[in-house]
Design a protein around this ligand. Structure first.
Ligand code: ADP
Length: 530
């Protein structure tokens, strides 16, 4: 029944593989690191005591196992150790989660905006006060460095805070009538039950930027987190309950992805699907939404160009490209996927960039100083290997890295490839790993053409000191986000989303609210009557 089979003691071999033995830790994460690496049981106890190590699904405010008792194991990608088992749910549990969200919609949507706002604000406060524990969970199940996990908690929480405020800023309209005894009103109302399907690369933030605006608007939600990273989602849901978000307003199911997805798609009670993940799954969800004509938001894959012009400040370009490429070991949809460098600065940039890449410390994310964790799984590692092999077979040079890391597991060496061209897979597809392909270009027109020569259109980066060029190129890029002289540009106050096959809709910012609202026109007629 219950799933508290916590295999938490990494084997000495696993710890050695991940570089956890024989290390001395320094502040600021010293205590945190020591608890996890040297006394894993203490870490689990700490998480248990905090009440955050939830290992069941959440339906109607109750923590539930899979009805058939099946479970899936959640592994630490840095060591291979099983952190916990969670229920492997499917159609029946999802149907009940939808009913629970549907029933709760009638009361949650009728609260005042201010009442909903207060619950969300409380949720934000609880996330912040459990920041360290949530960060530990993220690093344990996802592998990113603890410092990045702490950053994700702040970033993820910021969406709740922002949308708690936006809840009070949903405005309608009054339109000048065309007939004098009429008044024309526009109301904005919550769409209803939302199915939110999220990936593993940001186990918290991808949830909060969907659930935050949904709850703020008065919608209720069934979340399906990635089976690789359900523990952070469950911990966040526990804090939502503690914050007074009513049972049934936020439900979490995980397990058989296609059964859960299909149940959400087929239900007439689910009025919206919001998804972050691969383009292939996004297209399936879009097609599947057609039969019940659901509103849909999709945040799909990218193939971000990062254009370094001759007139760029070299240090700014190296620092920005490094951040845009290697954050989360290259596992984000806004990661620079193609670094296009103008021929006049190519050699200087390639040398400085490769030097910076060689300095990136790879290891278990719990060790202070680690900036590159493991990839999420073996399939991800094999994809990276295939793309590097394809590029080198077609003439690319390995400037640095280029193979599995000696730490084993799913660690891959931070890699720079030189002289990449359009014939290589890595130009067309997202590598989603720590590999930076460099390509040369001659003119601004050529760079724009190369940058736009893809079906993706999420993020793009340019490095230049010319203001006219900044305007020209920003306007010419067919991308939803453009970073100029900056590699990290996401924030809760700005719209995030893609052009072309990178998706539909926007998350974050005031625009993020519209995705969860219906527009209703009300015509008041016969005002001359009694
Ligand atoms: P990634 O390759 O980054 O894991 P996916 O698109 O496969 O991206 O996964 C993103 C989310 O979509 C995960 O929660 C995953 O379980 C879910 N998912 C995968 N396949 C389906 C499907 N057929 N229907 C619904 N959700 C799915």
């Amino acid at each position: 029944m219950a799933c508290f089979s916590l295999a938490t003691q990494p084997s000495p071999m696993a710890m050695r593989r991940a570089g956890l033995l024989g290390r001395h830790f320094a502040s600021p994460f010293r205590l945190l690191c020591r608890q996890i690496s040297v006394e894993p049981q203490a870490t689990v106890d700490r998480l248990k005591e905090s009440g955050l190590l939830r290992t069941q699904g959440l339906i109607g405010g109750k923590w539930i196992d899979a009805y058939d008792g099946k479970t899936i194991q959640v592994q630490n990608p840095a060591t291979g150790d099983v952190i916990a088992s969670v229920p492997c749910m499917g159609r029946n549990e999802t149907t009940n989660a939808i009913s629970s969200a549907y029933n709760t919609f009638s009361s949650w949507s009728k609260l005042t905006a201010s009442e909903r706002s207060k619950c969300l604000r409380k949720w934000y406060d609880l996330i912040i006060s459990h920041k360290e524990d949530l960060a530990l969970l993220i690093t344990l199940e996802q592998g990113k460095p603890l410092k990045e996990s702490l950053g994700e908690v702040s970033y993820g929480a910021a969406f709740i805070e922002f949308f708690a405020e936006e809840a009070k800023r949903i405005y309608g309209d009054i339109i000048a009538p065309t007939i004098d005894d009429r008044r024309l009103l526009v109301l904005k109302q919550p769409v209803g039950v939302v199915g939110a399907i999220t990936p593993w690369n940001f186990p918290l933030a991808m949830i909060t930027r969907k659930v935050g605006p949904a709850l703020a608007c008065g919608c209720t939600v069934v979340v399906k987190p990635s089976e690789y990273t359900p523990l952070t989602a469950l911990a966040a849901a526990e804090l939502a309950l503690q914050a007074g978000i009513p049972p049934g307003a936020l439900n979490v199911v995980m397990g058989n992805a296609s059964d859960i997805g299909d149940t959400l798609l087929e239900s007439t009670q689910v009025r919206k699907i919001t998804f972050t993940g691969s383009t292939a799954v996004g297209k399936k969800l879009m097609a599947g939404s057609a039969s019940t004509v659901k509103k849909i938001s999709l945040e799909l894959g990218g193939n971000a160009p990062c254009i370094v012009f001759d007139d760029a400040d070299l240090d700014v370009a190296v620092k920005g490209s490094l951040a845009a490429k290697f954050r989360n070991s290259g596992q984000t949809c806004v990661c620079a996927n193609r670094i296009l460098v103008q021929e006049g600065i190519y050699e200087k940039f390639a040398n400085a960039f490769a030097k910076a890449v060689q300095a990136l410390q790879v290891g278990n994310g719990l060790i202070e100083g680690t900036v590159q964790g493991p990839l999420i799984n073996e399939a991800a590692l094999e994809k990276v290997e295939t793309m590097v092999q394809d590029a080198t077979a077609k003439g690319a040079d390995v400037v640095t890295g280029g193979k599995r890391h000696s730490l084993g597991m799913t660690f891959y060496e931070p890699t720079v490839l030189g002289n990449v061209n359009k014939e290589m897979l890595i130009f067309r597809q997202e590598v989603f790993g720590p590999v930076a392909p460099l390509m040369r270009f001659k003119t601004e027109e050529e760079a724009i053409q190369m940058a736009n020569d893809t079906n993706a259109g999420l993020a793009a980066y340019i490095f230049t000191t010319s203001m006219p060029r900044t305007w020209r190129v920003s306007e010419a890029l067919e991308y939803g986000l453009v970073g100029v002289n900056e590699g990290l540009i996401s924030t809760e106050v700005a719209p995030f989303g893609g052009f072309k096959q990178s998706g539909l809709g926007r998350e974050g910012s005031k625009y993020g609210m519209d995705e969860y609202l219906e527009i209703k026109y009300v015509c008041l007629g016969n005002l001359k009557g009694t």
